[in-house]
Each structure stands twice: as C-alpha cells, then as structure tokens.
Design a protein around this ligand. Structure first.
Ligand code: NAP
Length: 289
C-alpha cells in the first residue's frame, strides 16, 4: 500500500480517488472547497488542511485542479506542495495545463530530489467514473514505469510521449481534434433537425459510418435529452483551446478551425453558459428558435 495524496476533488478528481480507495490505497485529499471532498471522507479518505500537508503525508501526490493558475498555486503557493520536503516523492499533475508549466514543475522537483510527471487525461466524466481514462504522460521513462500500476487503477490506455511537457502537448493535440468533433456534431444535429429528420435514427446511422466518433457517441444522447450539465465544462474547453492556440503560435502554426471553435465557445460563454457542459454548443442555434 502506498500513501497517495490527491489535490482537486472536482468532477474528475472525485472519481479517480474512488478508484484509488477501492483498491485499498490510503488517500489524503485536499480541495479548495472542502464540501466537494465530503463524500470521499465518508469512504475512507483523510482530509489535509493544505497542499503542503498533503505532500508531507504522501509518497505520490496527484493534482487535478482547473487552470494553469491553480496548478501554480497548489505547487508554488504559500502553502503549496513545494513548501514540503518532497525528496524521493513523485508529483503527478493530471490537470490539463501548459507544457511550459509542466517543464517548470519537473525542473523544481528535480532540484528538490523528487520526480514529476505531467499526465493529463481524456475520456470525460464517464471515463473517470468507469476507470477507463486515456492518460498522456510526459517525464522520465523510469518514473513512468514505476507509476504504471497506479495509473492502471483508473485508466484503460496509457502512453509515455516524451520528456516533461509532452503529456500536455499530446492533450493539446487531443483537444484540437475534439474541437472539430464538437463543432461537427453540433452542426450535424442543427442541419438534421431543420431537414425534419428523426434525430435518434440519424445518430444511430452516423455512428456506424465514417462520421462515427466519441463526441457523437457520448454527447448526442445528452443533447437529445436536453441534458446540458457538465461533464466537461465550457470554461475548461476555452482554457484548453487557448493553450493549444498559444502553443501553435509559438510553433509558427495557423489553426483556423480551432480558432473558430474557440470563438464559438467564447460566444456560448458570453451568453451565460460557461458552467454548462461542452455539448451546450448547440444552444447557439437552438436557444434562439
Ligand atoms: P472541476 O470540477 O472544476 O474540478 C477542479 C477542482 O479543483 C475543483 O473542485 C476546485 O475546487 C479544485 N481547485 C481549483 N483550484 C484549486 C486550488 N488552487 N487549490 C485547491 N483546489 C483547487 O473540474 P474537472 O472537470 O474535474 O476538471 C479538472 C481538470 O481536468 C481540468 O483541467 C479539466 O480541463 C481537465 N479535464 C476534465 C475533463 C472532464 O470531462 N471533466 C476531461 C479531461 C480533462 P473548487 O471546488 O473550490 O472549485
């Protein structure tokens, strides 16, 4: 049994911690809003008052917060992880964040005789619940191999993509793809509805052909039930697309359709839907009907 620390018990973090607990690991948790960790405390997790305290009592420390600024805070803040003696510990950031911050954390960890991996995930809230996330890892091969067993408790696909930052770059590649599948899904449904087709039938037929994809499979049932709750927050998708476009610009790349997807999601956010799930994009059309 390894002592595991987990910081950030939101939509995704809660489910990941549940898998760790189910597999008899001792888990110490911290979240900005304590109420969101309560269900985990009833299931055996132990509360710590600060990220520093989590790091002091754990051998492996996971973080899964919202934005890069939150990652900065939990690692480098006044009561952050790096205020603890982290020698010989492994720090794993599951947040979707920037490649440069992942490199900085890895560097600081090494200076303090610790190890760090960037390990953003894909698979949504359902993937987290089922323990079938895809994990994209950046960092040292030996550390990755040592952590495989723990990662496998909540994932079904796991790959090391290169040195620190490579996990985040892979996640950006993932989000560039998802931008296309979400706008495609939305415009497909808007079109099919105007053509007075049976939407359930259309979704079923398309799923079996060349248009089949994860967004269609997972989000069209929610849209057809008018369930726009998050899964994956609109505000977080805008964050991800901003990081992807910044990184692309640094590499001298122009990604016009990713830019357009970001603009559409910003419009949706400005209409008051930042806290909805990304499937709410269709409200740009259907809310005005
Ligand atoms: P979430 O529900 O907002 O969870 C984030 C949690 O981190 C919240 O409970 C938040 O606390 C906590 N937090 C934020 N800043 C903190 C800080 N400085 N100190 C301590 N706790 C802090 O979001 P989520 O959906 O779980 O997503 C988490 C990350 O995974 C994001 O980067 C997201 O982009 C990524 N991701 C999400 C999905 C998905 O489908 N949901 C899929 C793949 C990747 P509060 O309760 O106080 O807000």
């Amino acid at each position: 049994m390894t002592n595991i620390g987990f910081i950030g018990t939101g939509v995704m973090g809660i489910s990941v911690v549940e898998h760790l607990l189910k597999n008899d690991h001792a888990v110490t948790v911290y979240n900005r809003t304590k109420a969101k960790a309560e269900t985990l405390l009833t299931k055996g997790a132990v509360w710590a008052e600060t990220p520093q305290n989590v790091a002091e009592t754990s051998d492996i420390i996971f973080t899964m917060v919202g934005y890069p600024v939150d990652v900065e805070d939990v690692y480098y803040g006044e009561k952050g992880i790096f205020k603890a003696d982290v020698a010989n510990k492994v720090l794993i950031d599951l947040t979707t964040s920037t490649p440069s911050l992942a490199e900085k954390i890895n560097q600081t960890a090494k200076e303090k005789h610790a190890e760090a991996l960037d390990a953003p995930v894909s698979g949504g809230d359902l993937g987290a619940k089922k323990g079938t996330l895809t994990i994209m890892v950046g960092g040292d091969e030996q550390v990755f191999n040592d952590m495989k067993e723990i990662f496998q408790l909540f994932s079904s696909s796991l790959e090391l993509h290169g040195p620190a930052g490579s996990g985040q770059h892979t996640k950006m590649a993932n989000q560039i793809m998802v931008a296309g599948t979400m706008t495609g899904l939305t415009e497909m449904l808007v079109y099919a509805e105007k053509a007075e087709l049976d939407l359930k039938k259309v979704v079923k037929t398309l799923s079996g052909g060349a248009a089949g994809n994860w967004s269609l499979e997972n989000y069209s049932p929610r849209i057809l039930k008018e369930d726009y709750s998050a899964g994956f927050f609109v505000k977080h998708f805008i964050k991800d697309l901003s990081i992807a476009l910044d990184e692309a610009e640094k590499m001298g790349l122009n990604l016009p359709s990713t830019k357009l997807a970001k603009e559409l999601y910003e419009q949706l956010s400005q209409k008051g839907h930042a806290e909805d799930g990304t499937q709410a994009l269709i409200k740009l059309w259907w809310e005005n009907e």
